[in-house]
Design a protein. Sequence first.
Length: 117
Amino acid sequence: QVQLVESGGGLVQAGGSLILSCAASGRTFSSYDMGWFRQAPGKEREFAAAISWKGHNTIYADSVKGRFTISRDNAKNTVYLQMNSLKPEDTAIYYCAALYENNWGSWGQGTQVTVSS
């Protein structure tokens, strides 16, 4: 398994952009599909985006489609989430995770994203 550390969160105005990074330790990073999830205050954690192990396939939640882009650099053991046209409802703690045999795991500590109106 891998260990994951998210970074790049912060405070941004509505309409702004942020890029989140998720750094993985372990030489098996490139073997796993990776995902970004988010949890808003008082709500359950929800799926945002995922990318296949080689980066050829991506999938997005409807709420972020067209605004967020997930990518990965296997040479750097890092997965990214480019977030554009941010909205106040995007405010949440953002987590990355690795997919192990149909189960998401190795959750990082999360990074806070706050979008002001």
